[in-house]
Design a protein around this ligand. Structure first.
Ligand SMILES: Nc1ncnc2c1ncn2[C@@H]1O[C@H](COP(=O)(O)OP(=O)(O)OP(=O)(O)O)[C@@H](O)[C@H]1O
Length: 259
């Protein structure tokens, strides 16, 4: 594993007032990895994603993205870095006043990299990529199902052809069939596009299907950072509950059966 890390967190400390959320997070993510971040509610998973993309500043420590420090990079360098990742927010975060095509085209218009004709073509391409129909382009977010919202948000996250994709609870709120279909789509896109992926999830099915490594957040630090089969052996109450509780056992049995 000699490739330079896509993401490198060193000694990250996060504090909101008196609430110490992270107390020394170290983690490196190599190109092409799919890392699942798990942890109890409030353990700071979403906040860690926000640090990675520069939306929140840690109180101490360093966050490097593609080898550059987000905290000390110039505004131009930050803009260049922002084009290299896409983020799927928890509820999709679509603009409710824009239709599907306008939502997907938004990053392209914002960055000024494409003409209107190119944007139309790229939007059509991204719609197909997330397995939506051309006719869906004119729908408004309020007219979409939960699964469609996730697909449109994913198409928007991929609009600028990023190398890194961050997914916050990608399957939350989807029924088991839609969830499995969305996971299959993410997996096929990850392989086809060679993406590095970081995902926050509570769902063992999602994690078992996608993750090359699992990072477990707890007690303000990374309790374990290893492939799933090694994570399962870690003797920690949260890890044992999460993976060996009823739902976890089912999910792992299904994934071992080659589902
Ligand atoms: N902007 C903020 N201001 C104050 N406190 C915050 C802020 N963002 C997060 N927190 C606090 O930081 C802690 C971690 O929040 P975060 O949303 O990162 O947790 P999480 O692990 O993603 O939780 P969940 O699984 O419930 O979504 C929580 O205690 C939360 O209340």
């Amino acid at each position: 594993m000699s490739a330079a890390p896509v993401i490198e967190l060193t000694g990250v400390v996060t504090r909101f007032g008196d609430n110490l959320v992270h107390d020394g997070i170290d983690m490196a993510i190599a190109p092409g990895e799919v890392v699942a971040l798990v942890g109890g509610s409030g353990s700071g998973k979403t906040t860690l994603l926000r640090h990675i993309i520069g939306l929140t500043r840690p109180a101490a420590g360093e966050v490097r993205l593609f080898g550059e420090s987000l905290l000390s990079a110039s505004a131009g360098a930050v803009r260049a870095l922002q084009r290299r990742f896409g983020m799927l927010f928890q509820q999709g975060a679509l603009f409710s006043a824009f239709n599907v095509a306008e939502n997907i085209g938004f990053p392209l218009r914002e960055s000024g990299v494409a003409s209107e004709a190119e944007i139309r073509d790229l939007v059509a391409l991204k719609l197909a990529m997330v397995e939506l129909e051309p006719a869906h382009a004119l729908l408004m977010p309020a007219e979409l199902s939960g699964g469609m919202i996730k697909r449109v948000a994913l198409a928007r996250a991929l609009a600028l052809e990023p190398e890194l994709l961050l997914l916050d609870e990608p399957t939350a709120g989807l029924d088991p069939d839609r969830s499995a279909a969305f996971v299959a789509l993410i997996r096929s896109l990850q392989r086809r596009l060679g993406l590095t992926v970081v995902l926050v999830t509570h769902d063992v099915d999602t994690l078992a299907a996608l993750a090359t490594r699992v990072a477990v957040l707890g007690e303000r630090r990374i309790l374990s950072y290893a492939p799933l089969e090694d994570t399962l052996k870690v003797d920690h109450p949260f890890i044992q509950r999460f993976f060996h509780g009823e739902h976890g056992r089912w999910a792992l049995a299904r994934s071992n059966a080659g589902d």
